[in-house]
Ligand binder design. Sequence first.
Ligand code: CA
Length: 490
Amino acid sequence: MKNETMMQYFEWDLPSDKLLWKRCIAQAPKLKEAGITKVWLPPAYKGMNGVNEVGYGVYDTYDLGEFEQKGTIATKYGTKQEYLKAVKTLQNNGIEVLADVVLNHMMGADASEKVMAVETAENNRKQTVGGLKEISAWTIFDFPGRNGKYSDFTWNSSHFNGVDWDDNAKRNALYLFEGKRWDGETDEEKANYDYLMGADLDMENAAVRAQLIKWGMWYEETVGMDGFRLDAVKHINANFYKEWLEKIREKTGKDMFAVAEYWHADLKRLLKYLDNVENCMSLFDVPLHYNFYNASNQSGTFDMRYLLDNTVVEHRSKNAVTFVDNHDTQPGQALCSFVQGWFKPLAYACILFRREGLPCVFYGDYYGLPAHNIPPMTGLKKMIKIRELYAYGEQKDYFDHENIIGWVRMGESEHENSGLAVVLSDGPGGIKRMYVGKQFADMEFKDVTGKCSDSVTIDALGWGDFRVDGGSVSTWVCKAAYDYLETEVM
Ligand code: CA
């Protein structure tokens, strides 16, 4: 079995050129060649901002770039036909496709309606402010441009818990509709974090749940994706996606891999969510991202022994999708916590070369972020290839120094010349003595990602003295592996 590597195939500031699906079709063979085995595509349905919609301002989940709605037939990324072809082409290249599922909220309603509602406090959603009053809420979604094709379900205030805009008073506040409560089993920040934005779906309403399951089945039948990336799950009842995934897996008879975004740095909340959903999905390892971010901002004073502490990958590795950055952490975005460039190779070594976790490579690191003048990350393609070819076998850690840490993968006979020794330093350079195994005795190792041009000879007992320069990572592989990478691959 080869190691898996996922790729998030978009960044926030892609041009609104409707060309992403076409680019996917063209790039699929190259992605396969690069060692990518799973691709996460952005939300494929019509959003409130039409062709300028990244995808999270969902308007009509049945419009995959097929109907004239929000001023355009295609979405920001292309037409429905191109989307379907992109999914097929990736799959024909042996790459699984994850579809982005955004069900917490809807935006860009077709009309407003009068609703009785009570205001709740922004920072304590369990606390009401004043009494019931009539507001004008944007909650009518009847999709005139689609005219009932695929589904005649239309939405009104009975399907939502609340909104944050009274169009009558032209006032922004958090309005909970009469007879509703904010959904349970959501994150406890702000006392209850059901509400995020737009018209918030009432996941405790049987008609809503039934409709979303029906849609999920239509979506899978139409597209044939291999799995899902689930958006904003901390704002949705944990039991909702548990049921939704069960139903879809049952119907398709497929595994339908799922990874969810529960955006919180506190591991305890992520583990609690995984417990609630009985580990039926993976979570993006947000605490690990923040460890990388913090280390990258401490110019060498971060204690590297704790780099992987309090992370999903450390505590529940089978459910961890590790990543360095994404469309929300990139420059200009709300969560902006972009890992600094000097630390990126260290962070990618942690997600690509270790045994635990499914790594997800960010489009913006792979291709660069032109809107921010950020070039592609040097060496990333090579690192993905090293993972595919050599990051195998038993793992031994040397997280024993505040600046310089390392680990070893002993290799596996199934993968020729596999095995590697990784050394990272966020401070001055140095040497770490590590055991790679007697099978490498007297063999020469070379640094394939760092700046060290000398070689290391493994002693008779299987130990080597592996060097790293300051503020960098060195990845040492046996000379045959090094030569193959340098001459045959890159
Ligand atoms: Ca919600």
